[in-house]
Design a protein around this ligand. Structure first.
Ligand code: SAH
Length: 358
């Protein structure tokens, strides 16, 4: 049993069950025992691999999309180049390398990294210094200094805590984490229904609400609508809102039980891109997409970049494999499961690859 599992079980025994949202927040972000707070979870030796860790091509495409949009917005002489949840810092380092050729971009940019994990902050400093860059670390979006903002968030929203509700004959009840007869963590339901949810659905249906994600999106879109710039949000999830339990835990590249050893497994939920888009539009920003990651990267020219890299590569097959992992549909690729949306200031030029506002 993980250390956090013991702590949570004792707290639940003393004070009653936790909501799924509180459980997820503690499992990932507990200051001492939270999953992201104590380790580097990426890569072959870790628990999962993200797009920038698969290939430099991912960050190069994102970097050129951001820089192209910055130029078409008039190349403002000061702007914030921001990443939310930068992991090992690989994506920002690739963005920085790829945009070296864009006149004025580096001089105008101030890199800001929104990151809560001390372990990953240290790793990000190291990764960025290898490409001659430095960034300011902040823990929250509202600490990002003012100015127009070009931002990317890859696999960030899936780590923000969600609420879950289950339909029963007496209405929608919040899903809770309590203890079973043996003292182990187990799911249950709040005794009282939660009246604000009025949808009808068959009993047993699960509804997820990405409360933290939606409020993050609201602040982000308000900021872009007011100060200008562009936010690219990439993650796995669905283009249409729907029902279902998408909470999942991963350890060593395999799915494990969600309540298994909190703090030692990654815990994520699929992102509801339709809900994020609605929030962005509601606060007066333009929203582009959702589009699949595969279609987006192809529209930005990733196949041409792969061909260039292959000419110089000692192992050209590895470039093809990376391209397929990033863009292919089906179970082996990220191309369909991962989606992208962009948020821009109303009336600004559309970002490359994403077409007109939806
Ligand atoms: N974008 C990276 C890593 C994704 S993992 C990549 O593509 O490889 C999620 C990242 O978000 C980690 O860096 C984690 O520490 C960070 N994170 C999770 N919750 C956060 C929060 N509430 N605020 C800021 N960063 C958070």
């Amino acid at each position: 049993m993980s250390a956090l599992c013991h702590i949570l079980a004792a707290e639940i025994a003393a004070q009653g069950p936790l909501t799924v949202e509180d459980f997820m927040a503690r499992a990932l972000g507990d200051p001492v025992h939270g999953y992201y707070m104590k380790q580097d979870p990426f890569g072959a030796a870790g628990d999962f691999t993200t797009a920038p860790e698969i290939s430099q091509m991912f960050g190069e495409m994102i970097g050129l999309c951001l820089a192209d949009h910055w130029m078409r917005a008039g190349s403002p002489s000061r702007f914030i180049l921001c990443e939310c949840g930068p992991g090992r810092g690989t994506l920002m380092a690739d963005i920085w390398r790829a945009t070296k050729i864009v006149p004025g971009f580096h001089d105008a940019a101030k890199i800001v990294l929104v990151e809560t994990s001390p372990v990953l902050r240290a790793q990000q400093v190291e990764t960025l210094s290898a490409v001659g860059a430095t960034g300011l670390h902040v823990a929250r979006l509202d600490e990002v200094p003012p100015g127009p903002l070009w931002l990317v968030a890859n696999e960030f929203f899936d780590a923000l805590p969600i609420r879950q509700f289950v339909k029963t004959p007496t209405g929608w009840h919040a899903r809770l984490v309590g203890l079973d007869d043996t003292g182990a963590l187990s799911f249950g339901l709040a005794p009282e229904p939660y009246p604000p949810i009025r949808f009808d659905a068959p009993d047993g249906t699960v509804l997820e609400v990405m409360a933290a994600g939606l409020s993050f999106m609201k602040s982000l879109a308000q900021r872009i609508a007011f100060e200008g710039g562009l936010a690219l949000i990439l993650d796995y999830g669905h283009s249409e809102s729907g029902f279902g339990d998408t909470l999942q835990a991963m350890r060593a590249h395999a799915f494990v039980d969600v309540l298994h050893e909190p703090g030692d497994c990654d815990l994520t939920a699929h992102v509801d891109f339709a809900a994020l888009s609605r929030v962005g539009r509601a606060v007066g920003a333009d929203v582009y997409g959702p589009m699949t990651q595969g279609a987006f990267l192809h529209a930005l020219g990733i196949a041409a970049r792969a061909a260039m890299l292959k000419e110089k590569a000692s192992n050209p097959d590895s470039i093809d494999q990376a391209l397929a992992r990033l863009t292919a549909s089906g179970a082996t690729g990220m191309g369909d499961l991962f989606k992208v949306i962009a948020v821009g200031q109303k009336g600004d030029p559309a970002p490359a690859g994403l077409g007109v506002p939806s």
